[in-house]
Design a protein around this ligand. Structure first.
Ligand SMILES: Nc1nc2c(c(=O)[nH]1)N[C@H]1C(S)=C(S)[C@@H](COP(=O)(O)OP(=O)(O)OC[C@H]3O[C@@H](n4cnc5c(=O)[nH]c(N)nc54)[C@H](O)[C@@H]3O)O[C@H]1N2
Ligand SMILES: Nc1nc2c(c(=O)[nH]1)N[C@H]1C(S)=C(S)[C@@H](COP(=O)(O)OP(=O)(O)OC[C@H]3O[C@@H](n4cnc5c(=O)[nH]c(N)nc54)[C@H](O)[C@@H]3O)O[C@H]1N2
Ligand SMILES: [Mo]
Length: 757
């Protein structure tokens, strides 16, 4: 349920032996080392949700659903998608999802189906949070960067509340370590006195939505007061002469006024960053789902790059991913590389930037509803719940209704599934092998294959099997065609490698189907609880080829072609047999981070210069008609996006409340537990309030992942709390990356008169 993928030990039993009864941290896990948070203790609510699907469902004319067999569902789905492809082209089929917080393996198989359908456009949740950051990091570094909070002398969290949301290994333990150590400093930039802010040494409690002025002022002080690391800037960066004049002009005192943070505090932070031996920075949703988000991703990087906090212990480093696209772009896997190049750069209707291959979530509905020849006509959605999670749920429902065809692959009848023509029931994350590709550590990095704990719930199938059936059908591949692979796999994996080579030479067009072909051929040879790991075999080989140094450091040395094959085999063998994570990358030195970025760090992003200047002439303004700023989607202890659907997980009714500052509560005349009406330009809802000293006046906050329609088999549907995206608008988005302004929704609040009874 979480991107961290901590190692856990569980006790199973209960009804039919299918329950997760106890959970504890796995001390032998090389990444999480026994760490456990409360989310993990609730796994059983997910595993045994009573709204789990147990049969493929087909929508009838009247909107209700009927159960159909897998054979019927696969045949009809393949036929309907084929028809769309023939009539309009595969590029009119939009794919959304491919993995949530803890399940990315299905996505590796889904790619085969997308190739068979000729799908060109895709989106997923990353395109409503991280794409602006990726775009900036791409320009400045050309690589993914992650902070080393475990060792940082100064840890800075911008719009991030890791006490609740984690985001790096052993978050709460690390926060406590920093808190206890007088030599270390934790800085939080957040309009709210969050759990993390309350533990910080320095809390910059800015006005909501004003990060750009604060971060510009911070970078400006570093330049104006010559706090930057001159040697580092000279030797390791380029473009200083372009940005220095921009930053030199910034009126720091004025910007401090705009963001409501004392100028002294901004200056103190600049001093602290300049003096510290190491600084790590984490920006997250409070900043990324807000005004000027891409610009902020840039400005915050300037402050720590100028002060030299890269490629050192405790600072920001370029991690070694397990799943590497660089192997493809280096031309090692011909066709995939060519596809990469042919990829479109903007979306077909709104012309929005495509970043890391994704169109912004915020334009999906527009791209469907437009009266435009290139509009999307169909959607395939896997492991995502866009009707609930993307801005403007009403419009997303409308868009789904306007599609000629849609299919959802999910474990439950979600808000999105209810809008689809077919729903295919997936086995849960504990009923198949699973993993994540969020491997962000440096200099050591860990990959963890989770083995299945249970057999698939009757009627469900793992994604690997679903995609294998779809691809075989769509591409007309017969069992006989892959018999040579299956036979070779029985002999051994070296024989399989040779057979794959021969098959690819004979049918180059099948390269993109390799994941499902391997699942069919190699899967049956793997342990029963790890069949879905078949594609990891290919990925292990790709990894050791793409990252020979880091792989060798971890004991998977590859100097020659022969030793590379051996190393790939050994890595796969270790991943398969380990019940806990495997360290697949070890760099000797933090300075190795330099070899992962191309040349010097680029300080200048000319595309953003006009925005830097604009800040000066367009100071933050308040909205007189909608005087409150609503942050729609705060992470609280009991929230897990929409992965746990059963409201019983919420022990306290307060969990769903709108947090509001004491002063605002007083002027509205409401007390804890009273109801208010929240109205935005897009929608309205009624919700109870929690009067909270965490909030500053004018700022209110609703939790994420609430307002789900939970319908246990044979019972009435139940809902708890407010679905935040009933209140948000898809046009409210970043002009560069298209990411939403969920944390900055102008709102009105009125007291609801208690109904007389
Ligand atoms: N318990 C739990 N943990 C989770 C999740 C979950 O659902 N539940 N979801 C996971 C996912 S998908 C993600 S992406 C992460 C997100 O993790 P976070 O980004 O840490 O979570 P949020 O609570 O959405 O937002 C963080 C903070 O942004 C602040 N904020 C609001 N407005 C502003 C602003 O204008 N400026 C600044 N600087 N800050 C602002 C909020 O007050 C809040 O404290 O959490 C992950 N972890
Ligand atoms: N207003 C507002 N909206 C937000 C946010 C916010 O802060 N405010 N946060 C956003 C963020 S950061 C994120 S990451 C998104 C998340 O949004 P999404 O990625 O769209 O959805 P999730 O809620 O993570 O749900 C994942 C889906 O996967 C299903 N699922 C679980 N296990 C499996 C499985 O094994 N196989 C399959 N096929 N399906 C499975 C679940 O039932 C669920 O429907 O929400 C975003 N939406
Ligand atoms: Mo997220």
């Amino acid at each position: 349920m979480c991107s961290l993928n901590c190692g856990l030990e569980v006790q199973t039993g209960g009804e039919g032996g299918r329950e997760i009864l106890k959970v504890r941290g796995d001390r032998s896990h090389p990444g999480s080392k026994g760490y456990l948070c409360e989310k993990a203790q609730r796994l059983n609510y997910y595993q045994n949700g009573r709204d789990r699907l147990q049969s493929p469902m087909r929508r009838r004319e009247d909107g209700s659903f009927e159960a159909v067999s897998w054979d019927v569902a696969i045949d009809e789905i393949a036929e309907r998608f084929e028809a769309i492809k023939e009539r309009h082209g595969g590029d009119k089929i939009l794919f959304y999802g491919g993995g949530g917080q803890g399940n990315h393996l299905g996505g590796a198989y889904g790619n085969a189906t997308l190739s068979a359908l000729g799908v060109k456009y895709r989106s997923n949740a990353l395109a409503q949070e991280k794409t602006g950051e990726f775009w900036v990091a791409g320009k400045m570094f050309g690589a993914g960067i992650h902070g080393d909070f475990e060792h940082a002398e100064v840890a800075v969290f911008i719009g991030k509340n890791p006490w609740q949301s984690h985001g790096f290994a052993r978050a709460r333990a690390v926060i406590k370590e920093i808190q206890k150590d007088p030599a270390r400093t934790m800085v939080v930039i957040d309009p709210r006195r969050s759990e993390t802010a309350a533990k910080a040494d320095m809390h910059l409690q800015l006005r909501p939505g004003t990060d750009a002025w604060l971060l510009a002022a911070l970078a400006a002080v570093i330049v104006q007061d010559e706090l930057f690391d001159r040697a580092f800037v000279d030797e390791r960066t380029e473009g200083f002469e372009l940005i220095a004049p921009l930053l030199a002009e910034i009126p720091v005192a004025e910007y401090a006024e705009h963001c409501g943070v004392p100028e002294d505090q901004i200056r103190a932070l600049a001093q602290l960053m300049a003096k510290a031996s190491s600084v790590s920075v984490f920006e997250d949703l409070g900043m990324q789902m807000n005004r000027n988000s891409t610009l902020c991703s840039y400005l915050q990087r300037l402050s720590w790059v100028l002060t030299g906090h890269f490629a050192k212990q405790g600072s920001n480093n370029a991690f070694v991913p397990f799943l590497s696209l660089s192997a493809a772009s280096k031309g090692k896997v011909g066709k995939a590389a060519a596809n990469q190049k042919r990829r479109k750069r903007v979306s077909p209707v709104t012309g929005s930037k495509i970043i890391i291959g994704l169109i912004p979530c915020n334009v999906m509905a527009e791209e469907i509803l437009a009266d435009h020849p290139d509009r999307f006509r169909a959607m395939l959605i896997e492991s995502g719940n866009p009707v609930h999670s993307v801005a403007d749920s009403q419009k997303m429902r409308e868009a789904m209704a306007a599609l000629e065809f849609s299919v959802v692959i999910d474990v439950a009848m979600t808000e999105t599934a209810r809008c689809a023509d077919y729903v295919l029931p997936a086995a849960s994350q504990f009923e198949k092998a699973e993993c994540t590709f969020f491997n962000l550590e440096f200099p050591r990095n860990v990959f963890h294959l989770r083995h299945a704990l249970f057999d698939p719930l009757p009627g469900t199938l793992p994604e690997a099997e679903i995609h294998a059936r779809l691809v075989m059908k769509l591409a007309g591949i017969r069992d006989a065609d892959i018999r040579p692979l299956a036979l070779a796999a029985r002999v051994g994996r070296p024989a399989l490698a040779a057979a794959v080579g021969a098959l690819m030479a004979a049918y180059p067009a099948w390269f993109d189907y390799l994941p499902v072909l391997l699942y069919r051929a190699l899967g049956p040879q793997l342990p029963e609880d790890a069949r879905e790991a078949a594609v990891i075999w290919a990925l292990s080989h790709l990894y050791v080829q793409a990252e020979p140094e880091a792989a060798a450091g971890a004991g998977y040395g590859a100097g020659t072609k022969l030793s590379s094959l051996r190393a790939g085999e050994k890595l796969f063998g270790d991943i398969l047999s380990a019940r806990t994570g495997v360290t697949y990358a070890v760099n000797e030195d933090y300075a190795d981070s330099w070899s992962r970025i191309r040349g010097r760090i680029r300080l200048a992003i000319p595309e953003l210069f006009a925005d830097v200047v604009r800040l000066r002439y367009e100071p933050p303004a308040s909205d007189t008609e909608y005087p409150f700023v609503l942050s729609a989607g705060e992470r609280r202890s009991e929230s897990t996006n929409t992965i746990i659907r059963n409201p019983a997980v919420h022990k306290k009714p307060r969990g769903a409340a709108l947090r509001i500052a004491p002063a605002d509560a007083e002027s509205l005349g409401v007390a804890d537990g009273d109801a208010v009406r929240v109205t935005t330009r897009r929608g309205a809802c009624e919700v109870r309030v929690e009067v909270s000293a965490m909030m500053q006046p004018g700022h209110v906050s609703l939790p994420n992942g609430f307002g789900l329609d939970y319908q246990p088999r044979g019972e009435e549907a139940r809902s708890f709390g407010v679905a935040p995206n009933e209140l948000t608008a898809s046009e409210d988005r970043d002009p560069i990356a298209g990411t939403p302004w969920h944390k900055y929704v102008p709102a009105k609040i009125d007291r609801v008169q208690p109904a007389p009874n």
